[in-house]
Design a protein. Structure first.
Length: 431
């Protein structure tokens, strides 16, 4: 049963409870996979797919015919759901597009900043129990909006070598340019190093289990990555007027992900705390994934009772959750007080699942407290910035003495010389 605790009686370490590290044998196994794929390319990918997925593959890439058949096999009602979700995601992320700027100053000085898309991006999509169409939409669409040329999607196949029709339909709607039937650490290796079939990319994004997360961490530097995601998290901040059935349902929506998932309620009402605990027990018995959810609640779930809503906000900011629900009468009054959260759901009619599938904001979010310093996946993850500047000879001549003095004070005399050599006096270079 999930524990009920008084917030003021717990230490930060007791509240956070996030000490999850990959075991040494996971790291060693991932090292072996990375080395094998780097050495043997597609042959290694086929061998790992046979070993881990039970699929015998000749061609790793999903064909255009497979995509067309998948769309035809997907019922029209769900296709319309995918299209509407894609439209919502696109509308939200189009607001994130950055604009170049140019700053001009007296004397002919021009400087500015320009944004260019990353050319090749790899997107990892896990299979549990099927490749997630929602993850495909959330990762592909921002990359497409950013202008990424090659959007390479990797996901493990079923034993018959297929990928779920709904996932392929989502990939078609979102605009993935290539799709490969590869998952796990071996997929990360293929994207990082390239193989005969799979192109080497510049950045890898997307979720996965401990092997994918460890592989992403290990190839960082060879390629960029979005984040190293931990187990899923939800924190529901609720007042005493909240419906305990709603609160319990929202907590279970994350607890069913994984035995390491974290579901936390923070409330200023002991009465609600007890009612939610009872409701959790009742709803658990109705879930197909009840054993996973129960273990998650027992291991990493918690109900924190605070003296006030302000204290509840303090707890939320300390925990910095992936998903934060504000189930209170006036959520907008609390919004400006929230400093650390991946995505914030306002009011009693905005369950976390709304953001997972349909509303528009991205569901790839910082976990494990990293919302203190990082952000949801966005168009920004698929672009890079370059600054530029231009000085006229006259403008450089005016600034040259100060630049040279600055450089020489740092002991970098060649820096100073590179400025002074361009400064002219009476038509001759300064010596």
């Amino acid at each position: 049963m999930i524990p009920i605790c008084q917030f003021d009686q717990l230490s930060p370490e007791d509240i956070l409870n996030r000490d999850i590290q990959a075991e040494e044998d996971v790291g060693a196994a991932v090292d072996a996979v990375l080395a094998e794929v780097r050495k043997n390319g597609d042959a290694a990918l086929r061998a790992y797919t046979r070993q881990f997925d039970g699929a015998e593959l000749e061609d790793l890439q999903v064909t255009e015919r497979e995509l067309e058949d998948a769309v035809a096999a997907t019922d029209e009602d769900f296709l319309e759901t995918l299209r509407q979700a894609a439209e919502n995601i696109r509308a939200f992320h189009e607001q994130q597009v950055r604009r170049d700027f140019v700053l001009t100053k007296d004397g002919g000085i021009v400087m500015g900043q320009r944004y260019t898309p990353i050319e090749k991006v790899g997107i990892c999509v896990p299979r549990s129990p099927v490749a997630f169409p929602s993850t495909i939409l959330m990762n592909v669409i921002p990359a497409q909006i950013a202008g990424v040329r090659d959007i390479v999607l990797v996901t493990p196949p079923e034993k018959d070598g297929s990928v779920s029709a709904s996932a392929l339909a989502a990939a078609k709607i979102a605009g993935a340019t290539k799709i490969f039937k590869v998952g796990g650490a071996q997929a990360v290796a293929a994207l990082a190093y390239g193989t005969e079939s799979i192109p080497k990319v510049d950045k890898i994004v997307g979720p996965g289990g401990i092997f994918v997360a460890t592989a992403k961490r290990k190839v960082f530097g060879q390629v960029a990555i979005d984040m190293v995601a931990g187990p899923s998290e939800i924190l529901v901040l609720a007042d005493g007027r909240s419906n305990p059935a709603y609160v319990a349902a929202d907590m279970l929506s994350q607890a069913e992900h994984d035995v390491l998932a974290s579901a936390v309620l923070v409330t200023d009402s002991m009465e609600l705390a007890k009612a939610v605990r009872e409701e959790l027990e009742f709803q658990l018995e109705q879930l197909p994934r009840r054993e996973i959810a129960r273990k998650a609640l027992e291991r990493r779930g918690k109900i924190l009772v605070t003296a006030s809503l302000d204290k509840a906000v303090e707890a939320a900011n300390l925990i910095a959750p992936e998903h934060l629900e504000l189930c209170v009468d006036d959520p907008f009054a609390l919004l400006h007080k929230i400093k650390n959260a991946g995505s914030i759901f306002l009011g009693r009619s905005a369950p976390e699942a709304l953001g997972d599938y349909f509303a528009g904001p991205n569901h790839t979010l910082p976990t494990s407290g990293t919302a203190r310093f990082s952000s949801p996946l966005s168009v920004d993850d698929f672009v890079k910035k370059s600054s530029f500047l231009y000085y006229t000879p006259e403008a450089l001549r005016e600034a040259a003495p100060r630049i040279a003095d600055f450089a020489e004070r740092e002991g970098l005399h060649a820096h100073a010389r590179s400025v002074l050599i361009r400064s002219e006096e009476k038509g001759e270079l300064l010596k």
